[in-house]
Design a protein around this ligand. Structure first.
Ligand SMILES: [Zn+2]
Length: 192
């Protein structure tokens, strides 16, 4: 039996990705927003709003103030983004927060991110792999470097396009379940 494939096996070359990103940038109505990424004002505060689709919990955090990550925000964030099946948590990669903040900025709205899955313990990942060939054995969710999200009231397809154009890590699009996976790993993309 063929083992389930890693998303990385759907890797498209960086060259083709760059070509795709360039095409998207030309076609995308969001292209004009590219110049308004938060990095044009790195000192600006960065806040995020979340609702968790499984626990129903909500969280609003101002995770970056006065030019630094706000450590007091990270503990509630790590708890919010825990493995909701086992209640285990990990220190999430703060680079993910910036990716979300940038996507929110590119989407040009005060977004609420609906979280489908963030940290997954190895135990939970193994459990999920039994029922889905789309769950990678070495999932970055296990390392706290990946999150599955959608933006309330915003097309997940558009969110995928923004993330692809943005080129900050992995981007997976799951149309049927209506969410986008983003991670801080290598730049690559796949469709689930
Ligand atoms: Zn994912």
């Amino acid at each position: 039996m063929t083992p389930p494939v890693e998303p990385s096996e759907f890797l498209i070359t960086r060259r083709s990705l760059l070509g795709m990103a360039a095409s998207l940038a030309l076609l995308s109505p969001f292209a004009s927003l590219r110049a308004q990424t938060p990095w044009s004002n790195p000192a600006a505060d960065r806040s995020l709003h979340f609702v968790h689709t499984h626990t129903g919990e909500t969280l609003a955090v101002n995770y970056w103030c006065d030019g630094a990550f706000q450590s007091q925000c990270l503990a509630p964030l790590n708890h919010f983004l825990r493995d909701f099946r086992t209640n285990e948590m990990i220190g999430m990669d703060v680079g993910l927060l910036d990716i979300l903040y940038e996507l929110q900025d590119l989407a040009d709205r005060d977004a609420t991110f609906e979280v489908i899955s963030a940290y997954r313990s190895p135990q939970t990942n193994a459990l999920l792999r039994k029922s889905s060939s789309e769950v990678a054995q070495k999932s970055l969710h296990i390392e706290g470097k990946a999150i599955d999200i959608r933006i309330s009231g915003f097309s997940s397809k558009k969110l995928q396009q923004l993330a692809l154009t943005h080129q900050r890590g992995g981007v997976g699009f799951y149309a049927k379940s209506d969410f986008v996976h983003v991670d801080t790993g290598r730049i690559r993309s796949w469709v689930g």
